[in-house]
Design a protein around this ligand. Structure first.
Ligand SMILES: [Mg+2]
Length: 294
């Protein structure tokens, strides 16, 4: 299994937010952004010539609020909203969600553990507070959706969403990669959820690297245990890229194959370009951490 090399000046970076850049929280609005993360993202954005994008199920407005004052190229709502490197907004035609929203409102009202979220281009039923309702939620959303054309269901972590059909994190990556400063670069996509698999598949198709945060079967080629490890890798890469620029030498691309240190508690320290199979703390549950596409 490959280890996770430091980010190269020729890479383009695509980053999921929840569970990847930020630790998950009991409720989506309670998620916190680590001090220092915005600074590192800003540095990487500069170092990679602007080729750093956020790709998330959240809306662009929410993501901007979390990362303020930074505004990166962003695909929101799984790609249904898009802001390119020039700051232009491209959106798929807004689907008519009103009827579906009313039906799901009735359902959610009957179950206090559920939270129905209306996004500009999608609906989400969160069941993190009532995980035992997963099957019921899936059934009810499928039933409410019926055979409405142009919409499809998406199952994420503790959430079932309805969004425009055919729009995925993979299609978002493909679209963003068509234009400067992304075009021609080798993409890296980091994500944690099953909804990120489309992104992993797309970067694999483009010859790039998928980085799974967590452990499960995946199309990603490399994994790190937790968001703290992913952040440590970003911090470390940004420092290395700056060092390379300052010395006016080409930063050595990724000659770090042997590095296996992983310490989730040292997110801001030079640690943890964690290889897929590096289970340094022997915490036990790392047998098939790395999943490779072939
Ligand atoms: Mg995520």
């Amino acid at each position: 299994m490959s280890s996770l090399p430091l980010i190269d000046p020729d890479n383009a970076l695509f980053l999921d937010f929840d569970g990847t850049l930020a630790d998950l929280a009991p409720r989506p609005e309670l998620v916190q952004v680590e001090a220092g993360l915005v600074g590192t993202l800003r540095a990487l954005h500069r170092q990679l010539g602007g080729a750093v994008a956020i790709v998330s199920g959240r809306t662009i407005a929410e993501l901007d609020a979390f990362l303020a004052p930074l505004q990166l190229p962003t695909a929101g709502v799984h790609g249904a909203e898009l802001r390119d490197a020039e700051g232009r907004r491209l959106e798929v035609p807004a689907p008519d969600l009103d009827r579906l929203h009313r039906r799901l409102e009735d359902f959610a009202r009957g179950h206090p553990g559920l939270r129905l979220e209306r996004k500009p281009m999608a609906l989400a039923v969160h069941y993190r507070a009532a995980p035992e309702l997963e099957t019921l939620v899936r059934e009810q959303v499928a039933q409410a959706l019926g055979d409405v054309s142009g919409l499809e269901m998406l199952h994420g972590k503790m959430v079932v969403e309805v969004k425009p059909a055919g729009v995925t994190k993979g299609s978002a990556v493909e679209l963003i990669m068509r234009s400067p400063p992304f075009a021609g670069r080798l993409p890296i996509f980091a994500g944690d959820d099953v909804t990120d698999e489309d992104g992993f598949a797309m970067v694999a198709h483009l010859g790039g690297v998928g980085v799974l945060v967590g452990q499960r079967a995946s199309a990603a080629t490399v994994s790190v245990p937790a968001p703290a490890d992913l952040r440590a890798w970003l911090h470390r890469s940004a420092r290395a890229l700056d060092g390379g620029e300052a010395a006016e030498t080409h930063a050595p691309p990724a000659a770090h194959a042997g590095e296996t240190r992983s310490d989730p508690d040292t997110a801001a320290a030079p640690a943890a370009a964690t290889a897929a199979t590096a289970g340094p703390s022997g915490s036990g549950s790392n047998p098939s951490a790395s999943t490779t596409s072939s």
